[in-house]
Write a protein that binds this ligand. Structure first.
Ligand SMILES: *Cc1c(COP(=O)(O)O)cnc(C)c1O
Length: 457
């Protein structure tokens, strides 16, 4: 390497991508279509219209358009907090004593504290364009709800958030950020929806789950005039918007002629991972390059590594469309002592297909090991990472340590999706050594798989 690589590789405003990349256009095996649970047939635009925004539905079903122009309004908003830096982790490399070169793309430089704003602003834009009054959504750890609140307040849209109850209680400050941006926040499950009442009747002590909050938010949208439902992960449209991360990363790497060997991201519903890796996997799909792509998930919610590739509901209430994905079953609830986010039972259908076709591998890591990595990272790189992001840090460190043994100078890029300022309850558990690892047993998973819907296409 002739040039010295700076600590932070920034792009100029003019270098921020103006298009999103749709990896489906380059996939030979397209992700399986969403199924209407009522008819058992692939979802059509008409089926989706009462639930989601019009333009977003077109993006959802479009397997062919390779690039989507980013509307000017969204490009402008992006300039408020983008480009995000690609950081060379010199301090971490030194601390590890590794010959590996480590880079991370940091998405935590906005008030919502994560990459979720990239899609929130797009979804709010299309809702406004359609003339809607507002949107409903769920939020787990709270990042998506915060991002959506910011986006809705920018476009003067009403925003109703169903927040997973344990997060609502554990993260009161997150809730106040949302309310500051004008959102209406309800702990889920709640008595404000039919599905919420039903779930509470069956499981009165539940602390909630993402799948359950999704059911409530969808019900609230379809029963309120001028409202639609928006989702912060899993969907094809969300991965599309998040490709801004990977496209910026690609441009930044090209500036210095850096070719990554390995790209690592944490995987909840798959949006940051898909956004980061899609442009690189696109190169692989077109036969232009080869990368090792690694998805990292919690051992307590291991959809890639222990899930089934099958049609399943996206929500616990079983009212949402069916998606073919790696899933633990829509009735699966991760252990309540799991603190680190990434609690969704399924996985993006796009990433599921890519994983199934061998373009990606996956690792499951336990949360105490994740927080060890988070702490090590915070102490040398300065940033207090989100627990979700720290799953990627864990594997990046493990891979860098392998390089130390073999002497290989691999280039590792990982996604640092956000900051951990609202996750201090989890950090407290780790620091006071009360954090434990709970991994579902094969019996528990089998019980959940037994409830998968039967789909005959
Ligand atoms: C939501 C979130 C994730 C996980 O969601 P994906 O859709 O899998 O990206 C990861 N990191 C942070 C900081 C998040 O807020």
């Amino acid at each position: 390497m002739s040039e010295k690589i700076p600590y932070k590789i920034y792009l100029t405003e003019d270098e921020i991508p103006t298009k999103w990349y749709n990896v489906r256009a380059d996939m030979k095996n397209k992700p399986a279509p969403l199924i209407n649970p009522g008819t058992g047939k692939p979802l059509t635009l008409e089926d989706l219209a009462p639930i989601f925004c019009e333009d977003l539905n077109k993006q959802e079903l479009d397997n062919d358009t390779q690039y989507f122009e980013i509307p000017e309004e969204i490009q402008k908003f992006y300039k408020m907090y983008r480009p995000s830096p690609l950081v060379r982790a010199y301090f971490l490399e030194k601390a590890l004593g590794t010959p590996a070169k480590i880079y991370y793309k940091f998405e935590g430089n906005n008030t919502s504290g994560s990459h979720k704003l990239n899609s929130a602003i797009a979804q709010a834009y299309y809702a406004k364009k359609q003339g809607l009054k507002g949107v409903t959504t769920e939020t787990g750890a709270g990042q998506w709800g915060t991002a959506l609140s910011m986006a809705c307040s920018y476009f003067d849209l009403d925003c109703r958030v169903y927040m997973v109850k344990c997060s609502y209680e554990q993260k009161p400050f997150r809730r106040e950020v949302m309310r500051t941006y004008g959102a209406n926040v309800t702990p889920s499950p709640s008595m404000t929806t039919e599905v919420g009442k039903k779930i509470l009747a069956e499981f009165p002590n539940t602390t909630g789950s993402l799948g359950c909050a999704i059911s409530e938010a969808v019900e609230a949208a379809v029963t309120s005039e001028g409202y639609r439902y928006v989702l912060g992960s899993v969907l094809n449209q969300v991965l599309l918007h998040q490709t801004i991360i990977g496209l910026e990363t690609q441009t930044a790497l090209k500036k210095y002629n850096i070719k990554p060997d390995m790209i690592i991201g944490c995987a909840g519903g798959g949006s940051n991972l898909g956004g980061l890796v899609s442009p690189f996997i696109g190169e692989m799909l077109r036969g232009e390059a080869k990368y090792q792509v690694i998805a990292v998930e919690p051992a307590s919610c291991p959809s890639f590594t222990r899930g089934k590739y099958a049609y399943d509901f996206c929500d616990t209430g079983m009212i949402c469309p069916l998606a073919k994905m790696y899933t633990l079953g829509s009735q699966f609830m991760p252990s309540a002592n799991h603190a680190g986010g990434l609690r969704f039972h399924g996985m993006s259908p796009i990433l599921s297909q890519l994983y199934h076709d061998g373009y990606m591998e996956a690792r499951a890591v336990e949360q105490t090991a994740v927080f060890e990595a988070a702490t090590q990272f915070a102490r040398v790189e300065g940033i207090l990472p989100a627990p979700e992001s720290s799953h990627a840090i864990r594997v990046a460190i493990d891979e860098a340590l392998k390089c130390k043994e073999t002497g290989e100078e691999k280039t590792i890029v990982f996604g640092l999706t956000g900051t951990g300022y609202f996750d201090l309850v989890a950090y407290e558990q780790f620091n006071s050594k009360t954090m434990t690892d709970t991994i579902p047993t094969d019996e528990q998973l089998a019980e959940s798989f037994a409830k998968l819907p039967k789909v005959n296409l």
